[in-house]
Write a protein that binds this ligand. Structure first.
Ligand code: ZN
Length: 136
């Protein structure tokens, strides 16, 4: 992802857009809320307002650069749309987001849709989890 990708997505290259794209790419955590991005921009001395972060993320979403997830019990999180399809687990205690992909589940879902006379256009699966007792 670089400035070229912004242009390809039909977006003009502006400083806030570049900065926010950089945050999404350089962050260790792949799933970030607007507040997370806003805070890390502030920490690195960038003067980008929260409203701008929200606006740019919405533009990125519409342009297909990021995916938005509205997980329960938290604010929307965004991730770059550069990965293969995967599903998510959200820890209800820490808010941590874990990615997973299970071929069995994928196949089953196609079969189930088929049995109902449909084909899958898209799907998202979210497991809400907590650490197993005894695991710390
Ligand atoms: Zn993900």
């Amino acid at each position: 992802m670089d400035n070229q990708d912004l242009r390809k997505a039909g977006l003009k290259v502006t400083l806030p857009r570049m900065k926010i794209l950089q945050q999404l790419e350089s962050s260790k955590e792949r799933h970030l809320s607007a507040e997370d991005i806003y805070k890390s921009l502030m920490d690195s001395g960038e003067d980008v307002g929260l409203a701008t972060v929200y606006r740019v993320l919405t533009q990125f979403e519409q342009a297909g650069i990021v995916l938005r997830h509205n997980f329960e019990g938290g604010s929307a999180v965004f991730e770059l749309a550069d990965e293969e399809h995967h599903d998510h687990m959200v820890c209800m205690e820490s808010g941590e987001v874990i990615e997973f992909l299970d071929e069995e589940i994928e196949k089953r879902q196609h079969r189930i849709a088929e049995q109902h006379g449909y084909e899958i256009v898209d799907h998202s699966l979210v497991l809400y989890v907590r650490p197993k007792a005894g695991k710390k």
